[in-house]
Design a protein around this ligand. Sequence first.
Ligand SMILES: Cc1cc2nc3c(=O)[nH]c(=O)nc-3n(C[C@H](O)[C@H](O)[C@H](O)COP(=O)(O)O)c2cc1C
Length: 221
Amino acid sequence: MKETNQYIMDLFQNRYTCKGYDPKKKVSDEDFLTIIEAGRLSPSSMGYEPWKFIQLKNKDVLEEIRPYAWGAQASIDGASHILLILARMPEDMKPNSEYIYYIQNDIQNYPKDKFQGRIDRYTSFQKEDFDLNTDRALFDWTSKQTYIPLANMLTVAAMLGVDSTPIEGFHREKLHEIFIKHKVYDPKHFKISNILALGYKNREHRGKTRRPIEEVFEVFE
Ligand SMILES: Cc1cc2nc3c(=O)[nH]c(=O)nc-3n(C[C@H](O)[C@H](O)[C@H](O)COP(=O)(O)O)c2cc1C
């Protein structure tokens, strides 16, 4: 096997979900920023980047979410960094929102003559192709896109030798309420989607288990 292929195989074999962190070990700023960049540069539908990342350092807020975040308890106890991955609210993701205008105009510098055509395509995609006709459907679509930066950040963390935990083991509405109360984010624009913990393990972890390749992949000719 080529060196790069072997590297990728080893990387994915060795990335695992950390269930216990050493609170004394901290991820360096350089590594953390590289992980964040992997999230920021992730792809999204039409490039609308429907996410935001917040490093939650506030111990009081972390303690307050603990009872409602069963999947994050070990991470709250010892992880070096806790990163909230937020999804954009439905109002922002509707075709004629200020946010969509801002992305297409200010970020993507979309040519004026193609601007409205793209909005029309986005409108029919939402209405007809993907049936995103309720706020719930729209939020779920946005939220699922946030799992792309999550996955990329998990992989880059593993490349850097940083242990990690992807987390959705929490009561979303409860956490949302707590974050609003403490003004962690503006609920007009964002809601918690998932959480990423980063740090260094305090013990060995279980070996990887996966279904065999023949069961997961097939070719249809
Ligand atoms: C979207 C998602 C949410 C997850 N939520 C949690 C969680 O709340 N707490 C936890 O300890 N692990 C969580 N996991 C980790 C999975 O249990 C783990 O990825 C799976 O068992 C495979 O193990 P591995 O990551 O070590 O290969 C989550 C994983 C994903 C992808």
